[in-house]
Design a protein around this ligand. Structure first.
Ligand SMILES: Cc1ncc(C[n+]2csc(CCOP(=O)(O)OP(=O)(O)O)c2C)c(N)n1
Ligand SMILES: [Mg+2]
Length: 669
């Protein structure tokens, strides 16, 4: 099929992708040539005839989103971006595929290249993020109308993406929400790393997707007419679509195509030469004939008129500024001026921090129309829904609350897609212990610098009777290990509001709020004039007697630390109480501030003590090894919360004497 009689046909254009892919992998001596070579024909049809994008303005808000869920096939997207005329990657970038200075990383990274909408590589997550993008697209469409928001989300998924559990969650949600703007291609090549898919699977994927409420089409992934027929059918169908593309992995490689040998290794010089021969591609590596290059560039300009028309509509849109504000992720001015915290200082409350979060959200959701809340079937426990939020449903996408169902990983991955699509700020809840079910997506939120807020309640043995399966122990510290994730554990309603503000203001990364089930008394009773949680840790109360101890606590253990301090002070031992809602923020403070809060004195003079109802490993960072660490280095138990705190020695009565003994011991030396 030709664009016109003078231009190269699609097979030739696809061969440009094949050549770039095998040559880049050859040069790097690492990478995955099979997938790009197999899907080159499908991708060529998509990018030359269907995809709405403008390489001159990659961030155009109404562009289609393209997600390469099978991220190991990264040379496919690098080739496509280069060929259609994006500024990067240049041919040199591609030449340096997988090298330090090149944006063509082993797997596509959204922060390295425009046109890479999300980071992919952990199989299945790209697909689930595409579902999130499709939610954001319909929501923004419902709010701002067809004239500003009217695009599609395309994803390429491999056998691996469709085996991973997360695709079940994401596809179920997409079917339920009838996200017809999502069209996924399945690279149905019957090969994975270990060999034929028959080694490990015999499920009927088409039937499974049909059962989710998807439209399913098939095509010969190497025949233009067949590909286009399936695509046209998918576009016409109101349901989300899966197009099973029967392909040959490593297509064109005479001795290796169709086998797992092409999946993840360079073909080797001889086979590359043989492939050139078989494809009739005689050009030097990284060299494209003019007619092929021109045809691709021309394809890259296809949507310019649509883009111009859109800009015209945008320029005249009544809600232009609000639309731009939301898409650019700027908070409304009114946000900083909320008097909510002042009202708490005036009228202190004793509430669980999950309830405090709901109260803060009441103020936030009223000021920020871009928030979209949700929960993995724990709405009443996570306190994530505020009164005015209506559900986002297949019949009304304008709603601002998503019932994700019991799909923690799918929820988290979808939230990444929503955040990366732009226009919305997603937050979603589950129990902190089930952060493990979300963890691969939390890690990708952090890597991708996506503003997602995780509302994780029932954050310790303080949840009580549900017992050790539900009581997080290692979770806080294990989440603190993830770079670029701010983990917050607020101590009361004021800190909860402060942490929420910080989470929303951080445009370059995710935040996780660890919140209690049990009530906590308000510890912040005075107007601070600034957001104290922004420092990560601050002196909540200074020692009255000569300071011998610094008590560092988080969340529900801050009130215990205050009680311990009272007991110590009664015995003439001065104790600071430091509330430390966020380690990563504290670590980022200037030396002078950190030295003031945790003075670097000899341990004989000053004992540092941490109190947190979780694993103690890691707290040496602040207590030093000679300090004391009160926590829980074992699984919890099923009982009322107060009994558990007593049983595990996390009460002022149990802690204070141990501190006194340690100080006496220090004095004896
Ligand atoms: C979650 C996850 N598990 C494992 C891998 C390692 N891995 C990368 S590609 C791949 C095989 C995928 O098979 P398929 O999607 O069919 O790709 P194809 O071989 O057809 O290119 C595996 C196991 C990964 N990237 N992500
Ligand atoms: Mg495969």
């Amino acid at each position: 099929m030709s664009i016109d009689s003078r231009t190269p046909d699609s097979r030739l254009m696809a061969n440009a992708i094949r050549a770039l892919s095998m040559d880049a992998v050859e040069a790097a001596n690492s990478g995955h040539p099979g997938m790009p070579m197999g899907m080159a024909d499908v991708a060529t049809q998509l990018f030359t005839k269907y995809l709405k994008h403008d390489p001159q303005d990659p961030g155009w808000h109404d562009r289609d989103r393209f997600v390469l869920s099978a991220g190991h096939g990264s040379m496919l997207i690098y080739s496509l971006l280069h060929l259609t005329g994006y500024e990067r990657p240049t041919i040199d970038d591609i030449r340096n595929f997988r090298k330090l200075a090149s944006p063509c990383a082993g797997h596509p990274e959204n922060f390295l290249l425009d046109g890479v909408e999300c980071t992919t590589g952990p199989l299945g997550q790209g697909f689930a993020m595409a579902v999130g993008m499709a939610i954001a697209e319909r929501h923004m469409n419902a709010v701002f109308g067809d004239e500003l928001v009217d695009h599609r989300i395309w994803a390429i998924a491999g056998d691996g993406c469709l085996m991973e559990g997360v695709n079940h969650e994401a596809a179920g949600l997409a079917g339920h929400l009838k996200l017809g703007r999502m069209i996924a291609f399945w690279d149905d090549n019957s090969i994975t790393i270990d060999g034929a898919t028959s080694l490990s699977t015999s499920e009927d994927i088409a039937a499974r997707y049909a059962a989710y409420g998807w439209h399913v089409a098939q095509c010969d992934g190497h025949e233009s007419a067949s590909i286009c027929a399936a695509l046209d059918e998918a576009i016409a169908d109101p349901r989300p679509s899966l197009i099973a593309c029967k392909t040959i992995i490593g297509f064109g490689s005479p001795n290796k195509q169709g086998t797992h040998a092409t999946h993840g290794a360079a073909l080797g010089a001889d086979e590359v030469a043989a492939t050139r021969e078989a494809l009739g591609w005689s050009h030097e590596p990284f060299t494209l004939p003019d007619d092929v290059r021109d045809a691709w560039r021309e394809a890259g300009r296809r949507s310019q008129t649509k883009h111009r028309d859109w800009r015209e509509r945008f320029d005249h849109a009544d809600r232009r500024d609000e639309f731009a504000r939301r898409m650019e992720g700027r908070l409304p001015e009114a946000f900083a001026k909320s008097g909510y915290i002042a009202s708490l200082i005036a009228n202190p409350v004793t509430v669980a921090t999950r309830k405090a979060s709901e109260m803060a959200l009441g103020a936030i959701n009223a000021l920020l129309p871009e928030t979209i809340g949700g929960s993995a079937d724990l709405t009443g426990s996570n306190n994530t829904k505020t009164k005015t939020q209506q559900p986002l449903t297949a019949v009304d996408y304008s709603g601002r609350y998503i019932y994700y169902g019991i799909r923690e990983f799918g929820m988290a991955a979808a939230m990444n897609g929503m955040a990366l699509h732009g226009g919305v700020i997603p937050y979603g809840g589950t129990f902190l212990v089930f952060a493990d079910y979300c963890r691969p997506a939390i890690r990708l939120s952090a890597l991708q610098q996506a503003r997602v807020v995780y509302v994780m309640t029932h954050d310790s043995i303080g949840l009580g009777e549900d017992g050790p399966t539900h009581q997080p122990v290692e979770h806080l510290n294990s989440l603190r290990l993830i770079p670029n994730l701010d983990v917050y554990r607020p101590a009361d309603a004021v800190e909860t509001a402060e942490c929420w503000a910080l989470a929303l203001e951080d445009r370059a990364g995710p935040s996780l709020l660890a919140l209690t089930r049990q009530n906590l008394r308000q510890v912040r009773l005075e107007e601070a004039g600034e957001n104290l949680c922004a420092r990560g840790a601050y002196r909540l109360r200074a020692a009255a007697s000569r300071r011998r101890v610094i008590l560092i606590a988080t969340g529900s253990e801050v009130e215990i630390a205050l009680d311990v301090a009272d007991m110590l002070e009664a015995g003439g031992i001065g104790a600071d109480v430091v509330s430390m809602p966020c380690w990563s923020r504290f670590d980022a403070q200037p030396d002078a501030y950190r030295d003031d809060i945790l003075p670097d004195m000899q341990p004989e003079a000053l004992l540092r003590v941490s109190i947190e109802a979780g694993t103690t490993m890691g707290w040496e960072r602040y207590t030093m090894t000679l300090g004391l660490r009160f926590g829980l280095d074992r699984f919890g138990a099923s009982a009322p919360a107060a009994d558990l705190y007593r049983h595990f020695g996390l009460t002022a009565d149990a802690i204070a004497p141990q501190i006194v003994a340690a100080i006496e011991h220090m004095g004896a030396h």
